[in-house]
Ligand binder design. Sequence first.
Ligand code: MN
Length: 743
Amino acid sequence: MTEEMLLLARGLLNTLHKNTERYDMPKIEAAYTLAYRAHEGQKRQSGEPYISHPIAVAESVAGLGLDTDTVCAALLHDTVEDCEGITVSMISERFGADVAAIVEGVTKIVTVAVENREEAQIENIRKMMLAISKDIRVIIVKLCDRLHNMRTLGGKKNSDRQREIALETMYVYAPLAHRLGMQRIKLELENLALLYLDPIGYREVMEAVDRRFGTSRELLASAKGRIEERITAYGISYEVEDRIKSVYSLYRKIYEQGKPFEEIYDFYALRVIVDTVEECYTVLGLVHEMFTSVPGRFKDYISMPKPNMYQSLHTTVMSRDGIPFEVQIRTHEMHETAEFGIAAHWRYKTGEAPDERVDKQLAWIASLIEADEDTRDPDEYIHSFKKTLFREEIFVFTPKGDVISLPQGATVIDFAYTIHTAVGNRMVGAKINGVIVPIDRVPQTGDVVEILTRNNQGPSRDWLNIVTTSEARGKIRQWFKREKRPENIVFGRDMMEKELRRLGHAFTASETEKIFEATAERVGIGSLDDLFDTVGYGGISLSRIAVRLKEESTRFLKMQQASETPAVSADEAALASLQEKSKNRAQKKQNGGVVVDGAEGCLVKFARCCAPLPGDAIIGFVTRGFGVSVHKRDCPNAVAGVSDPGQADRWLGAHWETKESGASSTMYEASLSILTEDKIGVLAEVSVALAEMKIPVLTINVAPPKDSRATIHITVGCKDTEHCHAIVSRLKAIPTVLNITRN
Ligand code: MN
């Protein structure tokens, strides 16, 4: 190797040298040499030599503890695609079939644009899942590849492309990392993606963290010290680390769940790592002896591991000063799994026999591929793919006491299919904790669920609308597809005819037939019977077919129009316009009463920095993926943003919708800073005044007094600027209140 080659790869070599006996250094050097030559002369957009990228990916892979073959594959991962004269078979000859297969798998994972809902997308995700299911090391290399691309995303010149990549990272790669338990990578991917998707939100959260942590830092440090002392006195050897919740998780809690910062209990967490499971419970006892625990926040993931293999004890306690913090207790081995997930399997191991945990992960991926084989509906496929990735688990028991994990929101039918396909197909009813329940009941963690069955029973078609897991839906469809073709055809035709009638035009039998045929062609199904069958067993959803039917019938009518006048009655026209109106009304709910020019129907949230109210001049910022965040026009963030050429195009004009007749019940949040004299009882007077006006108080904070002046920060529910003025003048009437500003 030349001096320059050594210099470029020094970080990678350092990582490998920590563990030389594991690595076949000559093989890795050969892979590096090949990659170096292949990428010679190529540059990244940042101007760096291209080889720096595969080196960085290989370093991450080695940092996760993966084997020689994976490190080689990481070094070579872009050669087949980007370099002339290098083929998979050539890599196979020189480095073996495994390295070649990983490189090929990584190359095949094409970009999956989640926003772009086209049929082709299914194929993309399927290909990706298939590549992963053959060798899970493929996705580990791909995740490290994405991680480095995200770390260097600032070097990309095109900001639209930056956001596309960030969006894909947020919706596909971070959830995949999560599902594989690779927490460290997941958190970094999410935070980096958020930085590009909503830079202002990112900064707001960082500032909130600084403010909150700034005031409680010492108190938390002293609590940590006391816990350490206590464990030491007990004679247990341990390690302690502390962490602040990731920017993205805080962002989600604040903006998506609307939680005030003060109510986020696991904002700060202390992690105690010990040697044995027994010591975990001992430490838990010690912690609970020293501090009051917050009810309902204790979780035992040691006896009930998460599906991604995560294990730990979690509890939230109150420090003596009333600041809640989380304590996580786990063994070293659990810690490895928590941080590195599936990759932990390869750490410090030289053998390659995959253990059962790896098999379990592969089984999960295989089930995702199988369950969706029968659906021709891309929307549903994407939906179930996302759902499977993002799922939160609950744990229920069989009557025999076995623990079954289900995604949150799963019904007793989903439970039945999780036990066994045959149990689901024969199900006639269910009991929860001994009591018979309706078939759409959603069990909770800790429930004992029993399925009542009868032979020769089959599932009901309604179940397709009740179940929430793609596994159950796939199995029900399978059953209908296999057992009931004649019935499916009758049923499917009936559903489609009803749908067509609903469109408000009476077609003759032969016209109907023509429209159905055109629809079949549109969805790529050859014969009408096959189409009815597919609709009948649920392989294509009614809503999707409805859209196609509408398009095809409109087209049909247009063709007729040349010779006839349209036959829509006045009543039907009135009905259609009514439906349109009620649709609009439903939309108004989610836009918070704001119209953003050029982004109608988009999800709207209100920026925390300025909390706009109806009556304020406003402007919208397109966050891509998180809707539009609405600021006051004079908000410093908005003023700075509009004049920043890098993001000026993401600011859109916005205005409040004119009020409908009748009082609007929508409440907005107004945040006020009240400057008062530092006297006892001021806060009480303010609270009483607000209560008299029936104003809901959402948060309240008192800053430490300075120069005999105190500042109270409150967030209150408020209808509009006028209402806000009324509140302010009422509060100003309190003699000890000196001044009030709206933030
Ligand atoms: Mn790459």
